[in-house]
Design a protein around this ligand. Structure first.
Ligand SMILES: NC(=O)c1ccc[n+]([C@@H]2O[C@H](COP(=O)([O-])OP(=O)(O)OC[C@H]3O[C@@H](n4cnc5c(N)ncnc54)[C@H](O)[C@@H]3O)[C@@H](O)[C@H]2O)c1
Length: 351
């Protein structure tokens, strides 16, 4: 018999149950009167019921407070935190959103560590930053999907710059074709770069953040990590995986919180729709006036703003996540009809 939160829990495994039968009929009848949930029976004690009652009241207060806070925050967003002097590591800094993020972070006085497999692009980013007066930039060429390379380069970064305090897992690829036309090698590569690379960077940089109880992880998912899209099945799956990874890691750190220690490591997952970086080679958009391609600079600005406000997640445009939540309450056929009408998506690269 064990006691959890004042509630007495009796394990009635087969052996215990059989023993009860042997003890006698009286015990057996008492046993049947208790709640039976599979093989576990619960005997609520008076203290247990009181504690549960108090916990329920606390829960209701917390729920009401969180709803009020969300409402209040809709009109008055949180103050943007200062990131001056932080060491920001950007993967995929040599092009597109990564490069624009470098510009945005630099404008807030951070040190920048730029990682990219494309040495030329990364060097260009550094030159453009220098023209903007930003000198605290370190560039490294590596394949973020190669764990050994990531860990070795992370050691160099620690020596050259110090501990990374803001990690932006941005590098990604998006080959687009029907699933049957994807090769197994291509599917593995998509997962290696879009998902596993996040794990290797976390392996390298999360421990020092945990040790100092200070840090921020930003991950580029996509609206393709929220809604399934044809012709990019492995990409969508990889972006759904990023979402799951970020949410569960956040929960894991939260579960280790105690009264004496609360994790101050923040998480921001980003879900943009299509951005004009060239990653999406053949976008299909029936209503461009309504939902046009985003520009990388706008997306980068919104990401940095969301990060500085410690938002856990953000879609760009911001309404997309809310629309998705509402859509999931509606019948599947209803949503399919809307999707067919809107007819927006991604065509295969090599049509
Ligand atoms: N462009 C979009 O429409 C869009 C929409 C939603 C989400 N995203 C996500 O945003 C992120 C950035 O996309 P983007 O549009 O800027 O792409 P991009 O192709 O313009 O830039 C990606 C950068 O990552 C680098 N990179 C690719 N593989 C790498 C590897 N193995 N190691 C190191 N660097 C590597 C590339 O060299 C490039 O510089 C991606 O994760 C993407 O999935 C993009």
């Amino acid at each position: 018999m064990t006691t959890i939160n004042g509630v007495t829990k009796r394990n009635t495994s087969h052996t215990t149950s059989n023993k009860n039968h042997q003890i006698g009929n009286k015990e057996h009848i008492t046993h049947r009167k208790k709640f039976n949930i599979n093989s576990i029976s619960w005997t609520p004690s008076f203290t247990g019921v009181c504690i549960l009652g108090i916990e329920l009241v606390v829960l209701v207060v917390r729920l009401v407070m969180s709803l009020c806070e969300s409402l209040y925050r809709m009109f008055l967003p949180p103050k943007e935190k200062s990131i001056e002097g932080e060491v920001v590591l950007l993967t995929g800094a040599g092009h597109g959103i990564g490069r624009e993020l470098a510009f945005q972070f630099a404008s807030h006085g951070t040190k920048l560590v730029c990682w990219d497999i494309d040495e030329k692009g990364n060097h260009e980013t550094k030159e453009l930053l220098a023209k903007r007066g930003c000198k605290d930039v370190w560039t490294y060429k590596l394949d973020v999907s190669n764990r050994e390379e990531v860990l070795a380069t992370a050691e160099k970064v620690k020596k050259d710059v110090g501990d990374v305090t803001i990690l932006v897992n941005n590098a990604g690829i998006m080959p687009s074709r029907p699933l049957k036309a994807h090769t197994p090698e291509e599917i593995r590569k998509i997962f290696d770069i879009n998902v596993l690379a996040h794990f290797w960077a976390l392996e390298a940089f999360l421990p020092s953040m945990v040790e100092k109880n200070h840090g921020h992880i930003v991950a580029l998912s996509s609206m393709c990590g929220v809604i399934g899209v044809a012709n990019v099945v492995p990409y969508c799956a990889s972006k759904f995986a990023v979402r799951g990874m970020m949410e569960s890691l956040y929960e894991e750190l939260r579960s280790e919180d105690s009264k004496a220690h609360k994790s101050q490591i923040k998480f921001t997952t980003v879900y943009p729709i299509m951005v004009n970086t060239g990653l999406v080679k053949r976008p299909r958009n029936r209503f461009p006036l309504l939902l046009d391609m985003l520009t990388a600079d706008v997306v980068a600005r919104k990401i940095v703003k969301a990060m500085r406000r410690d938002y856990k997640e953000i879609s760009i445009p911001v309404s997309m996540l809310t629309l998705d939540r509402i859509a999931r309450l509606l019948p599947g056929k209803f949503i399919q009809a809307v999707k067919d009408f809107v007819d927006t998506g991604i065509d295969p690269d090599d049509l």
